[in-house]
Design a protein around this ligand. Sequence first.
Ligand code: UDP
Ligand code: MG
Length: 242
Amino acid sequence: MSDFNKDLSIIISLYNEEESLPELLRWIEEVMDRENFSYEVIMVDDGSTDNSWKLIKELSEKNSSIRGISFRRNYGKSAALFHGFKAAAGRVVVTMDADLQDSPDEIPELYEMIKEGGYDLVSGYKMNRSQGDPLSKTIPTKLFNATTRMVSGIHNLHDFNCGLKAYRRKVIKSIEVYGEMHRYIPILAKHAGFKRIGEKVVQHQERKYGVSKFGWERMIKGYLDLLSVMFMSKLSASTSKP
Ligand code: UDP
Ligand code: MG
């Protein structure tokens, strides 16, 4: 089968996630086999200093649907996703985190929403997050999402930063993601002309192993990037006028 006929590309950006990887990939394989999907998993190792890359090589030897991309140093989640997007060949592209917080069981429904539901992009919504996460994380998150909804005009998304998202292939081939812009992919997609943006409530678990790789400074970086996303979008809108 030519790669471009694959149902799914699953892109996972990771930084020092050795404890989670075997379990995560077993779970993905189980779902893919059960649903009979043709797929590829693209693991983007964002400069891990633990055994993550060694594990990815071992796992990809056992399952030829698993591929790895390795960065020499830590470039950040946006750069990792962007390289994954460049490599992806599936008709539907799903991104997810490596830390087992996102459930592979959500993939079939996300796939259907793109394939049959007509969406260009479907973003996960970790609605029950407050049960697992501390207030110091949920309050800034609410504020961040409210601002982003207001500024972007994408009023139906509650959780822009959810790692679990699904895209029609041409969406991810039309956008460039860098800096901390992974939080704003729906905005980039909207400005690239993809208007059918939806949401799906997804299961969300507490981090089982390791620690979060982002601290509170994510808020500041996040807001600065929101400004630049909006500025660039306005600029491209005004320069593209006849
Ligand atoms: N990650 C990455 N590069 C980084 C930081 C994080 O690829 O520089 C990955 C990380 O390994 C995980 C995902 O991005 O798979 C989300 O990160 P994390 O779980 O630390 O964020 P949180 O869930 O706390 O928002
Ligand atoms: Mg996480």
